[in-house]
Design a protein around this ligand. Structure first.
Ligand code: HEM
Ligand code: HEM
Length: 699
């Protein structure tokens, strides 16, 4: 991610709501004393001129590793500013003599990744000699907050700087300064007013609940006994399922059920539907004194951006310390503090779900994706030997029909065009990553990599995609190829020149990279297949209960070795799996090869007769990161499918698992090698194929 300082500022397009404008002007004028001369945009211009870029880069790296960083940082800033002002006092550690802000009960749910972001960014800043000990933790938190908003697709704004770090931090000072989940409008309004923030600011700032998580306990009183009549009944019934009484206190659901990872004005649209999770969210709409603000911000995304950023700037001016009221803290969170919050980051579960009935996917088949993010938080020579051995096994696979520069004279920018289309799609819908990767696998294993899996069924022909095993292919994989194809075809030179099969191959390579995985050159030159039948899928794809021999022979049928098969299974480092796929390992008797902790978590998340749409992450440790964690999981008994765990249980393949678990670079190497081989399976050329104009239909 590059630092978007140059991004042009958004223009407010025709404020179609006079009301909005009037209300805003009125309210913005109410607190002229807030204009804070002590902060300035270029405060560090001569002190540490690149501070914003340094912070951006550190934050981007952290977000890539741990996306929950976004919401964690934003909330940390809010909780810091509301109590004793924006002075990083929330980061201070408690001592035997002083219980600090962060240990006030309301702050115990601040996610550790927000603190960690500031610590990492501070370290990056202090690594530059000129900047060493010159930038306050409070300013770094302010910059990082602006950055995470942008990284989640939200608006950019210039951040005012020049805060010093506070000199005190007490839990007692938090009392009565932060809103609770059950606050009513008057309470909310007066709490914000105490910091010079208007009701309008308060409503706009609440839009921050467009990202992040909330623990079930925070809205439990709206569910049990009697469902809060202001809550949308669909939402209520989903929440009752996801947050049953006595649910594990670590379970959390997304605050914005519709676009949980996107920083947008969806939060206000949710309130209009009764889909605010907290009482304090929904009341903004229920109370007719603030409803018009909600309606205005719901209606106009540009206005939301404008008023949200303006309110964030005001929030950033609260209680700023200068002179002898503060200093530049060298250590934002002294060591005692750090170990404390890290220990608070015990493995916790996060339920992320989407309200399927509102999903508007253009492309069938779109499975609904309520997903449960289960986040818990060895022999190189052998590897080399085994690999060399296995690499030599299929020399005939070198495929002369595919080449890297196939489109060099036909559509020279095809890879960039596809990358951009895929990046846009992934940003919008991160589940695209796993969906696309699995689609490619399912395409190649059946009749070769020819996009035959994308073909729609007709009254006379049930196509591959309607075979039962393919019904769980997520719609976003299909949509990615369709969007990328449209982008390619929009370039006159490329129109109708690039096959759907090649676009899927490029998109797959791209999503792996976007999830933090390895890059590889993708071979091109496939044509699209001319037939697609559900019957052809029979016996070609592995099932979740396959044993090692079955897996090995299925892959071998396509020229892929056991080594390739194990390496490729590492794809289960991302993505989701429905409870039904491993149900037989849980009920009656827990599969003895399954880690008992995992088993008990899964039993809770996937109770018998659970909603068939519920899915959990395939890699409970780093679910969004494309890495070799999958193999480490298998070593712990934390493979979800029988076909995953058997790779470790069966001692014929265990050494491959151990080798790939031990060495991330080797995994990258062998995975990409095996992907390239997978991409060569059953390639169509000449009259065996064509270039499909519409990837879902034969021309
Ligand atoms: C209007 C009054 C507000 C109330 C009552 C409130 C309350 C809450 C509660 C109860 C949670 C869930 C905590 C948990 O269960 O772990 C939460 C999460 C969050 N809040 Fe607020 N909040 C308010 C305003 C704000 C504002 C103004 C911001 C930022 C500008 C903000 C940012 C966030 C974020 C980003 C999260 C998700 C944190 C995460 O996923 O780690 N909130 N809030
Ligand atoms: C080794 C045999 C394999 C078996 C038995 C298997 C089986 C499965 C099953 C049952 C699911 C869950 C489907 C659902 O519940 O929705 C799944 C998901 C997935 N598989 Fe595999 N798979 C195997 C190999 C592979 C390979 C080689 C790749 C790619 C190179 C791959 C990529 C994926 C991905 C990315 C997902 C997550 C999809 C999503 O979240 O939408 N799998 N697999």
């Amino acid at each position: 991610m590059s630092h978007p300082t140059q991004k042009k500022k958004k223009q407010m397009s025709h404020p179609n709501l006079l009301l909005l404008a009037a209300a805003a002007v009125l309210l913005l004028c109410q607190f002229p004393h807030l204009a804070n001369a002590r902060l300035s945009q270029n405060y560090y211009a001569n002190i540490c001129p690149n501070v914003e870029t340094i912070v951006w880069d550190a934050v981007a790296a952290k977000v890539k590793q741990t996306p929950v960083t976004i919401a964690a940082t934003l909330r940390l800033f809010f909780h810091d500013c509301m109590v004793e002002g924006c002075d990083a006092s929330v980061m201070i550690a408690s001592t035997p003599n002083n219980k600090a802000e962060k240990d006030h009960p309301i702050n115990l749910s601040l996610a550790g990744d927000g603190f960690d972001t500031v610590i990492k960014a501070k370290a990056a800043v202090d690594a530059v000699p000129q900047c060493w000990n010159k930038v306050s933790c409070a300013d770094i938190l302010a910059i990082a907050t602006r950055d995470v908003i942008k990284m989640a697709g939200g608006p950019w704004y210039d951040v005012e700087l020049g805060r010093l770090d506070g000199l005190r931090s007490t839990a007692a000072s938090v009392n009565g300064r932060l809103p609770g989940p059950d606050s009513n409008l008057d309470q909310l309004t007066s709490l914000f007013a105490a910091n010079g923030l208007s009701q309008f600011d308060m409503v706009a700032l609440s839009g921050a609940h467009t990202v992040g998580l909330v623990h079930c306990s925070q809205f439990a009183n709206r569910l049990y006994n009697r469902v809060d009549p202001t809550m949308n009944p669909n939402l209520a019934s989903q929440l009752l399922r996801l947050c049953p009484k006595n649910v594990d206190p670590d379970v959390a659901v997304v605050l914005d059920p519709f676009t949980p990872n996107q920083f947008d004005n969806q939060y206000f649209k949710n309130l209009q539907k009764g889909a605010g999770l907290l009482t304090s969210d929904q009341v903004l709409y229920t109370d007719n004194r603030s409803r018009r603000i909600v309606n205005a911000l719901a209606q106009n995304a540009t206005s939301f951006d404008k008023y949200f950023t303006s309110a964030m700037k005001k929030l950033g001016r609260v209680g700023v310390k200068t002179g002898s009221n503060g200093n530049i803290r060298h250590d934002c969170a002294p060591l005692a503090n750090l170990s404390h919050f890290l220990s608070r980051q015990k493995p916790h579960m996060t339920l992320v779900f989407f309200l399927s009935e509102y999903r508007s996917m253009a492309v069938p088949p779109s499975r609904s994706i309520p997903s449960i993010f289960l986040m818990a938080r060895s022999s190189l020579l052998l590897l080399a030997a085994a690999a060399v051995l296995l690499l030599c096994q299929f020399p005939h696979l070198a495929n002369a029909r595919l080449r890297r520069n196939y489109y060099a004279n036909i559509c020279p920018n095809v890879e960039t065009i596809v990358w951009d289309a895929v990046a846009a799609k992934v940003k919008q819908t991160p589940v695209t990553i796993a969906a696309t990767l699995r689609l490619f696998f399912h395409d190649c294993m059946v009749e070769g990599c020819d996009a035959s899996v994308m073909i729609a069924s007709t009254p006379n022909n049930k196509a591959e995609k309607d075979h039962p095993i393919n019904l769980s292919l997520a719609g976003d994989g299909f949509d990615t190829v369709i969007k990328a194809k449209a982008a390619v075809d929009a370039v006159p030179e490329c129109w109708n020149k690039v096959s759907c099969a090649d676009i899927l191959a490029i998109a797959t390579r791209d999503v792996i990279k976007m999830a933090g995985g390895p890059w590889y050159d993708v071979e091109l030159g496939r044509l699209d297949g001319l037939r697609s039948t559900a019957a052809s899928v029979n016996g070609r794809l592995p099932g979740p209960d396959s044993n090692l021999d079955q897996l090995t022979s299925l892959f071998a049928a396509n020229g892929l070795s056991q080594f390739d098969m194990v390496a490729l299974s590492g794809a289960h480092t991302v993505g989701l799996v429905h409870c039904s796929q491993f149900a037989n390992r849980l009920y009656n008797r827990v599969d003895p090869t399954m880690n008992p902790n995992l088993a008990s978590q899964l039993l809770r998340l996937c109770p018998k007769n659970v909603d068939p749409d519920i899915a959990v992450v395939l890699d409970p440790f780093t679910p969004n990161q494309f890495d070799n964690q999958y193999f480490k999981n298998l070593q712990k008994g934390a493979g979800l499918l029988t076909s995953d765990q058997v790779l470790y249980t069966d001692n014929r393949s265990r050494r491959i698992v151990n080798a790939l678990a031990q060495n991330a670079t080797s995994f990258d190497k062998y995975f990409t090698y095996a992907m390239t081989k997978l991409g060569r399976v059953g390639v169509k050329t000449g009259s065996d194929g064509n270039i499909r104009r519409d990837c879902a239909f034969f021309n």
